[in-house]
Design a binder for this molecule. Sequence first.
Ligand SMILES: [Fe+2]
Length: 205
Amino acid sequence: MVGKYDGEMGAVAQNIMDVTHTIFVHEGWFRSESGKAVDATIEVEPRQVVVEYHDHDADVGMMPWLTNPHGAEQVHRDSFFAPNITLVEYHWGEPSGMVFNSLISPVGPYESRVYTCVSYKFPIPKLIAKALMPAVNAYTWVVNNQDIKILSARRKGLENMPMTHSHSVRGDMAHIALEKILDALRHDQQLAPSFIGKRPMQFQI
Ligand SMILES: [Fe+2]
């Protein structure tokens, strides 16, 4: 997939790495509000952020009849590799998984072009998987377009109110870390040692 997003590199990477927005922006398509607490572990290195989620039994609403018919334990990991690569992985045991690998290319102050390689592995015969590809592609584009729309709304907001400052909550640890890494790279500096390391993270969705 190649898509144009109304957001700078960090904003697009945050969007891809973010779990909490899914219940608002992708409601019914990809996750729905459950009120449950989600535990995760975030590991920050000088040039990367890896978030490992521990919601192994979560139903993310990603066509479970197709992606995880055996109800296998879910492994979900989101990674950011500075300056512009993200990797979103869902694995349901050995036979099943979905991986989204994106490269974010800056186009303008509030514009990026995002190249995403979407890989699926379903526990079904290859021929059926092939026949399902257009539907899976359409689904991926619906979700993608919802992100494109929300980032356009954010851009309009920032252009109307350039002095706006964003505020973070505890669930934004990955976003803060990736912006700190990008900031250090922009200024040719090292990431402050206080950001480096492994920490628990929790939020409710
Ligand atoms: Fe999204």
